[in-house]
Design a protein around this ligand. Sequence first.
Ligand SMILES: N[C@@H](CCC(=O)N[C@@H](CS)C(=O)NCC(=O)O)C(=O)O
Length: 219
Amino acid sequence: MSNTLPITLYYSPQTRATGARVLLEELKVPYTLHVLNMKTGEQRQPTYLSINPLGKVPAIHVGDTLVTEQGAIYLYLADLFPEARLAPALTDSDRGAYLRWLFIYGSCFEPAVVDRYMKREPSSMNETPYASYDSLIDLLEDTLKKGPYLLGDRFTAADLLWGIALRWTTMFGLVEARPAFQAYMERIGNRESLQKVSAEDAKMVAEHEAAAAQLKANA
Ligand SMILES: N[C@@H](CCC(=O)N[C@@H](CS)C(=O)NCC(=O)O)C(=O)O
């Protein structure tokens, strides 16, 4: 294993942190979870705000290195363990497409989905960071139709980011479940790593809800 520094993942179940945990499972590396109960607002307490002033998960510590933001975390972790082969190397011609999909997620997909959900009339194509919702979703669909993964035959960390994001965005009706997305979500959903984390997330959510209800009852 290339990295020997301790890894801590700041975590809350069934959130954007789930994907970061699935990635750690795929990398098959030891890590510690620092779990925050969002139902009681732990992410907004000073202790966690000193880790991520935005109060958002995921965040990771690898030794003394703190990384926040999903894209940055995926990039960092997959590069840290090259032996897992979840990231094309810097000199690999697939590196460009890999970076594109890691970055287009946070800089285009999430803003496009949120604008649409909020029914905010998008500005013109040259004013939004994502051109248009349709052009972005069509690009994703065309890429996945060729598939089976974003980089063709090659499965990478970017597929965990996108596969998991499509699962929750289609579940909440934020993105239409086109057949290519459906097939891709099933492919990612069948991975042992995601099944394990999803089962543990469900238990953790129930515990968090019970703790929040208890707090309310005691108030
Ligand atoms: N831009 C951040 C967004 C992370 C994010 O929105 N996380 C949500 C959970 S899905 C969160 O921590 N919400 C807590 C809150 O806002 O109180 C990233 O991509 O990592």
